[in-house]
Design a protein around this ligand. Structure first.
Ligand code: FES
Length: 229
């Protein structure tokens, strides 16, 4: 983790009209898939502690950042950056059939995982009802409802999971009782992180098998089996 200076160089809308920003910054500042950066505009005294920026794609000068950022940010806006923060995705090297599940409002945070896995000889399938951004040809995509019948296919799963949907997950997967997934899984849990762990505000707390965890510090990527759902 370190303090860095960055600069917004481009702003674009995704397929659902959410803002994404291209941030120029030192390569050491670029978060891994699932990690985040705390970014703030030093010239905006009304800004809160900062915005949590996730990696959507790496570029030679920095990275494409999601989710929606302050509308005041424009190309040329300079940013104070703190990070990378939190734990990102860490796929085992022997994964051959990767299942991806997008339950949030964007697939952008899963794209770095998809790009990384494309370099392997494995197969990957995405289950989501969101429109698919430009993706490698090797990626197959199906509606979320198809996942229930395909649960035995992946040997590893990666979720983008808003915190408020954690309690629905068992219904979405149609898993009865305490039955778990047939394979290991990691979930990028998204939640408001107003203090990013700086003030222990507790706003991002989520239930775990043992007590509670904080999305900002213990995640945002969790072993799904370690959570209570
Ligand atoms: S955002 Fe404050 S403790 Fe996580």
């Amino acid at each position: 983790m370190g303090h860095y200076r960055g600069r917004v160089t481009e702003i674009r809308f995704d397929l659902n009209r959410h803002l994404e920003a291209l941030i120029a910054c030192p390569s050491r500042a670029v978060p891994h898939a699932g990690q985040y950066l705390l970014a703030s505009d030093p010239d905006d005294p009304s800004a809160s502690l900062g915005s949590s920026l996730f990696l959507a794609g790496q570029t030679v000068q920095g990275f494409w950042a999601v989710p929606s950022m302050p509308v005041a940010w424009k190309p040329g806006t300079t940013l104070n950056l703190l990070g990378p923060l939190g734990h990102g995705f860490n796929l085992p090297a022997n994964v051959q059939r990767l299942g991806l599940v997008g339950l949030g409002y964007t697939l952008a945070r899963l794209m770095p995982v998809i790009q990384h896995f494309t370099a392997t000889q494995g197969s990957m399938t995405l289950f989501s009802d969101l429109p698919l951004p430009e993706a490698p040809a090797a990626l197959e995509a199906y509606p979320l409802a198809s996942l229930v019948d395909a649960l035995d296919w992946p040997d590893f799963m990666a979720f983008d999971l808003p915190l408020e949907r954690l309690s629905e997950l068992r219904d979405i997967l149609k898993l009865a009782g305490t039955r778990g997934l047939p394979c290991p899984a990691q979930a990028l849990v998204t939640s408001p992180m107003p203090c990013a762990g700086m003030a222990q505000c507790g706003a991002c707390a989520l239930p775990a098998r043992r007590g509670w965890k904080l999305v900002c510090e213990d995640g945002p990527v969790f072993d799904l089996q370690s959570l209570k759902w």
